[in-house]
Write a protein that binds this ligand. Structure first.
Ligand code: NCD
Length: 300
C-alpha cells in the first residue's frame, strides 16, 4: 500500500513518510547512475509543464526511463493551445486516461490540488506558482542528509523568501527535524507572515555576516522575477545579494552551499570550485529521489 496517492504539498507527508522516501532514494542511487532496472516497465508518466523547467522535468524523465518506464511530454505548443480555451480540469481528465501518473507545474497556486481532484491517477506537484514544490524539498532534504546532517541542523535560507516555492516547502519540512532556521533576505522579499505564524520551531531573521560562522547549510535562491507584479519592484532588488568566496571566508569548514537552480547572479561561479558548493550534486540527487516518489505512487 502506497504511503500517499498524490504528492501536492509537503504537508501531506509525516516525518516518518519523509524519512521513508529518503531511505528509498538511497537504494535507487546506483540505478540513477546507470545500473539497469525495469521495475516501471509498461508504466507511462505524463509531464505537464505550463511553466519553464529544465531540471525538474528532465530528472522526472530520466528517473522514469532508467526504471524502464516511458514519458509523455506536453510540448509548449500544446500548452499554449490549452491556454486558448481548455480548462485545466478537462486536460487532467483526459491525460489521466493516457498515463499512470501526472507531474504538473503550473503558474497558479492551488493548481496541482485542483488537478488531483479531477485525475484518475496520482498527481505530483512540480511547482504551483509561489505555492509548493514538494519533490524539490525531498531532494533538498536528501542532499542535506547526505552532505551535512538533518537532525540539529542550523540552516540559513537566503534570497527571495517571499516568492520561492522551494523555500515555502522546505521550511515546513525543516521544522519537523527541529532545525534552527535563519531567514536572510532583502526587506521586500521577506517570508510571508502567514508562514511565520504557522511555523513552530526555532526561526529568526538574521544577517549573513552574523551567522555565517555557525550555520551548516546556506540555501540560496534566485529572485523569482516572473512572480513580481511590477518590473520596477524587481529592479529595486535585482543583484542585491551575492555569495562569493570572500563572503564564505568565515564559514565553518563543512558548510554546504545549496541552490535549487537555476542561478542568475546570486552565487559567484568562483564558489563552484570551493568545497562548500553542493548545488550540482543536489541537482543529481533529484533523480534517485524522484525514482523513490514515482515507484511509491505507481506500484502497489
Ligand atoms: C525552482 C522552481 O522552479 O521553483 N527550480 C527548480 O525546480 N529547480 C527554483 C527557481 O526557479 O528559482
Amino acid at each position: 500500500m502506497a504511503r500517499f496517492r498524490h504528492l501536492i504539498s509537503i504537508d501531506d507527508l509525516s516525518k516518518d513518510d519523509i524519512v521513508y522516501i529518503l531511505d528509498k532514494a538511497e537504494e535507487f542511487e546506483d540505478i540513477a547512475r546507470g545500473k539497469k532496472c525495469n521495475i516501471l516497465e509498461g508504466k507511462i508518466l505524463a509531464n505537464l509543464f505550463f511553466e519553464p523547467s529544465t531540471r525538474t522535468r528532465m530528472s522526472f524523465e530520466v528517473a522514469m526511463k532508467r526504471l524502464g518506464g516511458e514519458v509523455l511530454n506536453m510540448t509548449a505548443q500544446e500548452a499554449s493551445s490549452i491556454a486558448k480555451g481548455e480548462t485545466l480540469a478537462d486536460t487532467i481528465r483526459v491525460v489521466s486516461k493516457y498515463a499512470d501518473a501526472i507531474v504538473i507545474r503550473h503558474p497558479l497556486e492551488g493548481s496541482a490540488r485542483l488537478a488531483a481532484e479531477f485525475s484518475e491517477v496520482p498527481v505530483i506537484n512540480a511547482g504551483d506558482g509561489a505555492g509548493q514544490h514538494p519533490t524539490q524539498t525531498l531532494l533538498d532534504l536528501y542532499t542535506i542528509r547526505k552532505e551535512s546532517k538533518l537532525e540539529g541542523l542550523k540552516i540559513a535560507l537566503m534570497g527571495d523568501l517571499k516568492y520561492s516555492r522551494t523555500v515555502h516547502s522546505l521550511i515546513k519540512a525543516l521544522t519537523l527535524f527541529d532545525a534552527k532556521i535563519y531567514l536572510i533576505s532583502p526587506e521586500s522579499l521577506r517570508l510571508p507572515e502567514e508562514f511565520l505564524e504557522e511555523l513552530e520551531g526555532d526561526i529568526e531573521i538574521a544577517n549573513l555576516e552574523d551567522v555565517i560562522g555557525e550555520i551548516d547549510v546556506l540555501y540560496v535562491t534566485r529572485i523569482q522575477k516572473e512572480r513580481f507584479p511590477d518590473e520596477e519592484e524587481y529592479r529595486k532588488v535585482a543583484g542585491s545579494y551575492k555569495i562569493t568566496p570572500e563572503v564564505l571566508k568565515d564559514a565553518k569548514d563543512d558548510l554546504i552551499v545549496m541552490h535549487p537552480l537555476p542561478r542568475v547572479d546570486e552565487i559567484d561561479p568562483r564558489v563552484d570550485r570551493t568545497k562548500h558548493a553542493k548545488y550540482f550534486d543536489q541537482a543529481f540527487y533529484g533523480v534517485p529521489v524522484r525514482m523513490a516518489i514515482l515507484t511509491e505512487v505507481m506500484l502497489d
